[in-house]
Design a protein around this ligand. Structure first.
Ligand code: PLP
Length: 394
């Protein structure tokens, strides 16, 4: 299997972790050699209820027995998609009401950018340095990391960058700006939270000049930061909210939500303003609906803040310079990429899954399932401290 993996499946790095998976349950992933790994990554924030959650599995099976794909997006009334978008609206502040379901986060970002251009008739897009919004051409155009996009130019024209959290940059947002797109908490950059009411100030500047504000909550959204949506922590409601990852409960999804007035523009001039074959797929939407219900009807969201406190209490070591982030979107900061690499690889040898962040090589992500238990947190943190002691001694 391993040689076929390298031979036939396209790779994106020369050194994938290449663990061969047998099955996964709860907070554990098992390899084919019967080793159990405690999962502190959750498929990069995409498995909020852990692995093989019985409610999700049963919902998916029930939907499979009824129907799978029957028609392209938006033509037929399919209960899972309708109920999912209705439940999102119920949990969102006004005017966020109507949701377009896509196949992935990056596609939802594309849809959001298109909607902002269509709504304002403007072309300029403002994004943040070190932002990550996905890997298709539009999303990559608003990625604030030149090294990873240089080879794919030309990208979208009229994209400008500001520094996240720097207020003096906000005057770059003008009446030429169609939209400002920001991650609510910058992920790839190292889990950077907005400071000093930054998002509220961006919101006010956008209002002044008639630009739309897009918040990308593909990673922080769906309960990870102590609120269902990250923006609820920061005093700011976007015009377009983009979600994905955790929303699918382990199935591929993306979504962008806006007011009815805005979203209805996609029906006109041109009609079919954004189209997709599989977006809103009934099996995926059923999984997302079950996930959203479980997260909103349980104590999982407030518990993320208690679990954060436990992580912060346990993750104290001379090689840990800082623990960044909020709720269960945490990053251990070390002094060097070398320490980061050793910690991730040695922890895996001891049965704990950790992972890198995209752009910040001194950071290690801790984004476990929201369902992780106190005992599992204690067990995983003990492995981290143990490995750091080993690194410290060498
Ligand atoms: C903040 C953010 N935006 C967009 C994306 C892209 O989502 P997807 O990989 O589903 O296309 C990601 C994925 O890591 C993300 O973290």
């Amino acid at each position: 299997m391993k040689s076929d993996f390298y031979k036939y499946q396209a790779q994106t790095t020369p050194h994938p972790l290449a663990m061969e998976i047998s099955h996964a349950r709860g907070s554990y992933i098992y390899d084919v050699k019967k080793n159990a790994y405690l999962d502190f990554v959750a498929g990069v924030s995409a498995c909020p209820l852990g692995h093989s959650h019985p409610k999700i599995i049963n919902t998916i099976k029930e939907q499979l027995d009824k129907y799978m794909h029957v028609m392209v997006y938006g033509e037929y009334i399919q209960k899972p998609a309708v109920e999912l978008t209705k439940l999102l609206a119920k949990n969102l502040p006004k005017p966020l009401e109507k949701t377009y379901l896509t196949n992935s986060g990056t596609e939802a970002i594309e849809g959001a950018l298109k909607l902002a251009k269509r709504a304002t008739g403007r072309s300029e897009i403002i994004a943040a340095n070190k932002a990550y919004h996905g890997n298709t051409m539009g999303s990559m155009s608003v990625m604030g990391f030149e090294e990873r996009k240089q080879a794919f130019r030309p990208l979208l024209p009229d994209v400008k960058f500001i520094e996240f959290n720097i207020e003096s940059d906000l005057n770059k947002i003008t009446d030429k700006t169609a939209c400002v797109i920001l991650e609510t908490i910058q992920g790839g950059a190292g889990f950077i939270e907005p400071q000093n009411n930054y998002l509220k100030k961006v919101r006010e500047r956008c209002n002044e000049v008639g630009a739309l504000l897009i918040l990308d909550e593909i990673q922080p959204g769906i309960g990870r930061t102590g609120k269902l949506f990250g923006f609820e922590n920061y005093n700011c409601i976007p015009d377009i909210l983009v979600t994905g990852k955790a929303l699918g409960g382990g199935m591929p999804i993306g979504a962008f939500t806006a007011s009815t007035n805005l979203m209805d523009l996609l029906m006109d001039i041109p009609k079919l303003g954004h189209i997709t074959t599989f977006g809103g797929h009934p099996v995926i939407a059923a999984s997302a609906l079950a996930t959203l219900k479980e997260i909103t009807e349980s104590e999982l969201i407030p518990e993320t803040l208690k679990k954060e406190q436990l992580f912060r209490k346990l993750l104290v070591h001379p090689l840990i310079k800082e623990v960044r982030g909020k709720g269960l979107m945490l990053a251990i900061m070390t002094d060097s990429a070398e320490i980061t690499n050793q910690l991730i690889l040695k922890s895996q040898d001891k049965g704990l899954i950790l992972f890198w962040l995209l752009f910040e090589e001194k950071a290690i992500r801790i984004t476990p399932p929201l369902t992780i238990s106190k005992e599992e947190i204690i067990k995983g943190c003990a492995i981290i401290i143990d490995v750091l002691n080993e690194i410290h001694q060498t």
